[in-house]
Design a binder for this molecule. Structure first.
Ligand SMILES: Cc1cc2nc3c(=O)[nH]c(=O)nc-3n(C[C@H](O)[C@H](O)[C@H](O)COP(=O)(O)OP(=O)(O)OC[C@H]3O[C@@H](n4cnc5c(N)ncnc54)[C@H](O)[C@@H]3O)c2cc1C
Length: 429
């Protein structure tokens, strides 16, 4: 089968515009000293330019203002956005709003779209996705215990969530809760829209994390208590018991976007690695002339290339065969891409020595963010298990006690197979 990740020249021109725009207009936001009002004024002016270029919230279907781009094109755009932590918000693609808008677009009722989706897309509301719980392993979401009980015309929600990104500043949360405790493990949960001002919803705190400084203006990962929170029955998103199904729809393409954003970050660190190697001298020659540093450069280039092709391939499968067909490829890139990101930044820090460890360069912040990539949207280990299971499903245990390739057994079989010809050869002599 032919694999084709090519894009037309008009789209290439858009990518070129994005590269210049992110470098010239978005990078400066990272180091700007401004209060929230000033910062957001600048962000809104940049968002207006993105809208003029018709590059706003491109992950959405055309009827909601997106461009109907497939995952390959979206991936290439996310690669550029990933270079800066502020680019996704400028392009209307920031997590968790982007994933939430996608599921509202696909599973929301017209009334839910009117109330939550449209203002979210216009940037008038902010959202959060509230699934992980401190008292249950998030890696195995069948263990969720936050429960919603239908009483009259209302859901009554009780439970404890944490790491709800942007939970402190969100106007509404999409909560994954158990509505059908007696159903099968993957049919027990549903998604419910919870307005942030619902009585009984307690935003406890933003959990201090390794990400540190970026989590200003209230961004961060919140601990939330649901204490007899009441919301209308109509706030159920999609079908009752369809929580896992909707979560899958949210996470598949989302992981392509993550991986491509990581490649954008890795590329920026790689550029810094190469530039410093050419700039700094030790032991009579540039660092770039030391073989170890050359190995870092070659290994990083190979790993980034591999991750990029694997991710584009996964995106291409989603575009041509749907997200379900790309399950294995998505899990592959999730853990592989997170490792590539980490390792490239790590080498870039190393080549800069103490400067790399300092906050005078963006590398230490990039490194702290990169660490989380190995956990969110499923830790490495879970994706490895998933990949291994799918691969093993294509194999069978050989019969008997020896492996299929056991040489003495094969030799015996080969002797038997060609016995007649071997016999003839003996007779010839
Ligand atoms: C920056 C960040 C943002 C996040 N944002 C959100 C958000 O917006 N909304 C939300 O709901 N959640 C969010 N999370 C939570 C995230 O989804 C969970 O951290 C993740 O699902 C893992 O769950 P856990 O933290 O409970 O770890 P656990 O499930 O307790 O796992 C701990 C460790 O156990 C090991 N492990 C687990 N399963 C296996 C296995 N099968 N084999 C071997 N080892 C295994 C892994 O090493 C894993 O890291 C975020 C997390 C981070 C770090």
């Amino acid at each position: 089968m032919t694999w084709d990740f090519s894009t037309e020249p008009e789209f290439e021109a858009k990518l070129e515009w994005m590269r210049d725009f992110v470098r010239d207009e978005v990078y400066p936001l990272e180091v700007l000293d401004a209060d929230e009002a000033g910062f957001m004024r600048i962000v809104r002016s940049l968002q207006a330019e993105v809208k003029r270029q018709q590059l706003w919230a491109t992950h959405l279907p055309p009827e909601l203002g997106g461009q109907g781009y497939g995952q390959v094109k979206l991936g290439l755009m996310h690669e550029i956005e990933g270079a800066s932590v502020w680019a996704p918000i400028v392009f209307g693609n920031q997590a968790p709003d982007s994933g939430n808008s996608e599921i509202l677009a696909h599973f929301g009722t017209p009334a839910q779209k009117e109330r939550w989706l449209h203002p979210l897309l216009e940037g008038r509301l902010r959202s959060a996705f509230s699934m992980t719980e401190p008292d249950n392993a998030g890696s195995d979401p069948t263990l969720l215990s936050t429960a919603a009980v239908l009483k009259g015309n209302e859901w009554v929600i009780n439970g404890h969530k944490w790491f709800t990104s942007n939970g402190m500043i969100a106007d509404f949360l999409i909560a994954m809760v158990v509505t059908d405790p007696d159903a099968g493990p993957y049919e027990r949960a549903s998604m419910i829209i919870v307005p942030a001002d619902a009585a009984g919803l307690r935003k406890v705190r933003n959990i201090p994390t390794m990400a540190g400084e970026h989590e200003r203006f209230g961004y961060g990962h919140a601990e939330i208590l649901y204490e007899d929170v009441r919301v209308p029955a109509d706030n159920l998103l999609g079908k009752r018991g369809a929580g896992f199904l909707i979560a899958q729809a949210r996470l598949g393409p989302g992981r392509i976007h993550h991986c491509m954003r990581w490649l954008g970050q890795a590329r920026r660190a790689f550029d810094m690695l190469c530039e410093r190697a050419l700039q700094r001298e030790a032991f009579g020659k540039k660092l770039a002339s030391h073989e170890t540093v050359q190995n870092w450069i070659a290994d990083s280039a190979a790993e980034m290339q591999a991750a990029r092709l694997m991710t584009l391939h996964a995106a291409w499968i989603i575009d041509t065969q749907g997200a379900a067909a790309a399950r294995r490829e998505i899990s592959l890139i999730k853990f592989f891409g997170a490792k590539v990101l980490h390792d490239v930044i790590d080498r870039a820090i190393q080549v800069h020595g103490s400067l790399g460890y300092s906050a005078d360069l963006p590398l230490e912040e990039m490194y702290r963010h990169a660490r989380a990539a190995r956990m969110y949207d499923g830790p490495d280990e879970v994706h490895r298990v998933s990949v291994a299971r799918q691969i093993l499903a294509g194999y069978q245990a050989p019969e008997g006690m020896w492996p299929r390739e056991h040489v003495p057994t094969r030799r015996e079989a080969a002797q038997l197979k060609f016995a007649a010809l071997l016999e003839a050869a003996t007779t010839d002599v």
